[in-house]
Design a protein around this ligand. Structure first.
Ligand SMILES: O=C1O[C@H](COP(=O)(O)O)[C@@H](O)[C@H](O)[C@H]1O
Length: 209
């Protein structure tokens, strides 16, 4: 596996769903209130199921989403719907995405990544829309991804980087290759913003097949 090119980026070993659940459980075990940004998409579903089964104490946690599709909560593409279905009765507090709302710093930001290198709903064609402030913005991916052709709400890169740590959770050979290309400086995608350079929160990459 290619080594990360900055000391603040590392690959977790193992990087499977159980390891991600362990990382979230460790965060919940810390004393006091904590704010977690949770990824959407399909990759987190296995982790959500593991977390639900573990019977953890979520009462000190506020859960926000990194981004969502602008669909009703009961729509199959709703990131909030999936998160709430898994953890709605866990005792966690939920913070809804609201366009223009300021975003307070996080203790942990859990990012996924699309096959096109997008993170949250910051897509390759939308670099100009990555606003400098830590807020929630409305976006429309161009072109619309066929698997999820929806308008979006997303935290800005600034909001996502205002955290003690980022975990980037991906599956599959092509996403791993894309990340390795970014780390080697051979490619540029929205995820690059989180992986390159010495500045920014520490990033742990969880990869599994
Ligand atoms: O649209 C989205 O896609 C990415 C990646 O999703 P996945 O299905 O490939 O896991 C996700 O990180 C983002 O939150 C979501 O809204």
């Amino acid at each position: 596996m290619t080594e990360a090119n900055t000391p603040r980026v590392r690959w977790a070993t193992p990087g499977d769903a159980a390891a991600v659940a362990d990382r979230i459980a460790a965060e919940l075990a810390k004393p006091g209130e904590k704010r977690l940004a949770m990824t959407g998409g399909s990759t987190p579903l296995k982790v959500f199921a593991l977390l639900k089964d573990r019977g953890l104490d979520w009462r000190g946690a506020t859960l926000a989403l990194t981004d969502d599709r602008r669909v009703p909560d009961d729509h199959p593409a709703s990131n909030f719907g999936k998160l709430f279905a898994a953890l709605g009765d866990s005792g966690a507090k939920f913070e809804r995405l609201e366009e223009g709302a300021p975003v307070a710093p996080f203790d942990l930001v859990w990012l996924g990544m699309g096959e096109d290198g997008h993170v949250a709903s910051l897509f390759p064609t939308m670099q100009a829309l990555v606003r400098p402030g830590a807020t929630v913005i409305a976006t429309t991916p161009i072109p619309l991804p066929p698997e999820a052709p929806f308008d979006r709400l997303t935290l800005t890169a600034r909001a996502l980087k205002a955290t003690k740590e980022v975990i980037l959770v991906v599956t599959g050979a092509s996403k791993k290759a894309l990340i390795e290309d970014v780390l080697a400086g051979n490619a540029d995608y929205p995820v690059s913003d989180f992986l390159r350079g010495a500045d920014g929160p520490p990033v742990t990459i969880y990869w599994s097949e």
